[in-house]
Design a protein around this ligand. Structure first.
Ligand SMILES: *[C@@H]1O[C@H](CO)[C@@H](O)[C@H](O)[C@H]1NC(C)=O
Ligand SMILES: *[C@@H]1O[C@H](CO)[C@@H](O)[C@H](O)[C@H]1NC(C)=O
Length: 324
C-alpha cells in the first residue's frame, strides 16, 4: 500500500515537474485531477499527501520560533524575461531576493516561452516550487504572475485565476491558498494583483469582490492577503483618489494596509510612491511581527550602483512577517 502511494506521489511529482509552468494541466492517466487547481472535493490534490508525509517526519518545529514565522513578499520585477536573465549579475541578485521569502509573488513576467521563469527556478534552492498564472492582458502585451514558495515551510493547497466576466481588470488577480506547515488551522489566501496604472482606482475598487470570490473558492475561514503593485499612489490611485471613489478596501476597517501611504516602493531617486502594497484582513493584524511590514531595499543591502539597482527593477519588494 505504502509503495503504491509513494509510486503515485512520484508519478504526480514527475508530471508536475514536466508540466511546470502550467500546473493547471496536471491530470493523470485515469483522468483524475492531481493539481492544486479547481479540483472537485473528491479529487484532493496529491501535493497534500506528500506534504503531510514530510511534515510528519520533519524536525520538531514547535520549539523553534522561526518555524512559527512566515515571511511573505511581493516583487514587481520590471519586464522580467530573457533580456533581464542574460544581464550579468542580475539573475543572481533576483535569486537572492526570492530566497529571502517563504512565499513571494513575482509580477511582470513577460517571456512567452516560460524559459526565464524555469531558468530562475533552476537557480533557486531545491526547496522552492512555483505556480504560475495564465498570460493576462487585453492586448498583445501580456504578463504573468507567479508565486514561488518554500515547500518545507508551506503547503500549496489550491490556486485560483479570477475570470472577470465584466472585464474590469487588465490583469485579473491570481490567488493561492497556502497553509504554513506545522501550524494547525491556518490558511492564507494570497491574492496577487498588478493594477493597470491608469485604471488603478477602478481596479482596486473591485478587489473587495475578488476577496469574496476567493473566499467562495477557498472557504469562508481563509484569511485574505492582497499583495502586489497596485499603483496605489502618486498620479494613479493615491489615498485621496481612492477615498473620493469610496473605495471599499480603503474605507472599510476590516482591511488593513500594512504598507503605508508614505512608503517609497520605487528604486528611482526621481519617484517616491507607495505603489506596492500588502493589505490584510483585520483578523491577521495580530499576527504581524511589529515593524516587519516594509520594503526590502536590495540596492542598499547588496551595495548596488544605481545602474545595477535599476537593472534588477524599478520596484523594491514589499514584505511582511507573520507569526503564528
Ligand atoms: C517537540 O516539542 C514539544 C514542545 O516543546 C515537546 O513537548 C516534544 O517532546 C517535542 N518532541 C520531540 C520529538 O522532540
Ligand atoms: C467590510 O468588510 C467586511 C468583510 O468583507 C464585510 O463583512 C462588511 O460588510 C464590510 N462593511 C461595509 C460597511 O461594507
Amino acid at each position: 500500500m505504502i509503495r503504491i502511494v509513494s509510486q503515485i506521489v512520484s508519478l504526480v511529482l514527475l508530471m508536475v515537474i514536466l508540466t511546470e509552468g502550467n500546473p493547471q494541466q496536471v491530470i493523470d492517466a485515469s483522468g483524475q485531477c492531481h493539481c492544486p487547481c479547481e479540483c472537485s472535493a473528491q479529487h484532493r490534490p496529491l501535493f497534500q499527501v506528500s506534504a503531510r508525509g514530510s511534515a510528519a517526519t520533519g524536525r520538531n518545529a514547535s520549539t523553534s520560533t522561526s518555524s512559527r514565522r512566515l515571511k511573505i513578499g511581493a516583487f514587481n520585477i520590471k519586464t522580467f524575461g530573457r533580456s533581464k536573465m542574460s544581464k550579468p549579475g542580475v539573475p543572481q541578485r533576483i535569486k537572492q531576493i526570492i530566497e529571502r521569502y517563504d512565499v513571494i509573488l513575482v509580477q511582470e513576467i513577460l517571456d512567452r516561452s516560460g524559459e526565464s521563469v524555469r531558468q530562475l527556478h533552476r537557480m533557486l534552492s531545491r526547496t522552492y516550487e512555483f505556480v504560475i498564472s495564465d498570460r493576462l492582458g487585453r492586448g498583445r502585451y501580456k504578463e504573468q504572475y507567479a508565486f514561488f514558495y518554500r515547500t518545507d515551510r508551506v503547503s500549496l493547497l489550491n490556486f485560483h485565476q479570477s475570470t472577470d466576466r465584466e472585464d474590469a481588470f487588465e490583469r485579473e488577480p491570481f490567488s493561492v491558498l497556502v497553509a504554513p506547515k506545522q501550524i494547525n488551522n491556518v490558511k492564507l489566501a494570497l491574492i496577487g494583483f498588478h493594477a493597470k496604472p491608469t485604471d488603478a482606482v477602478k481596479e482596486i475598487g473591485r478587489l473587495a469582490d475578488v476577496i469574496g470570490e476567493v473566499r467562495r473558492q477557498f472557504g469562508a475561514d481563509v484569511e485574505p492577503i492582497v499583495l502586489g503593485d497596485l499603483n496605489a499612489d502618486c498620479d494613479y490611485a493615491d489615498r485621496r483618489r481612492r477615498l473620493r471613489a469610496g473605495d471599499a478596501l480603503t474605507t472599510n476597517t476590516s482591511y488593513v494596509w500594512l504598507i503605508g501611504d508614505d512608503v517609497d516602493t520605487t528604486t528611482r531617486d526621481s519617484t517616491s510612491c507607495a505603489y506596492d502594497r500588502i493589505i490584510v484582513g483585520s483578523g491577521l493584524t495580530g499576527r504581524v511581527v511589529r515593524g516587519s511590514a516594509s520594503v526590502f531595499d536590495f540596492c542598499d543591502n547588496m551595495r548596488l550602483s544605481k545602474q545595477q539597482c535599476s537593472d534588477v527593477s524599478d520596484h523594491y519588494p514589499v514584505e511582511v512577517t507573520l507569526v503564528f
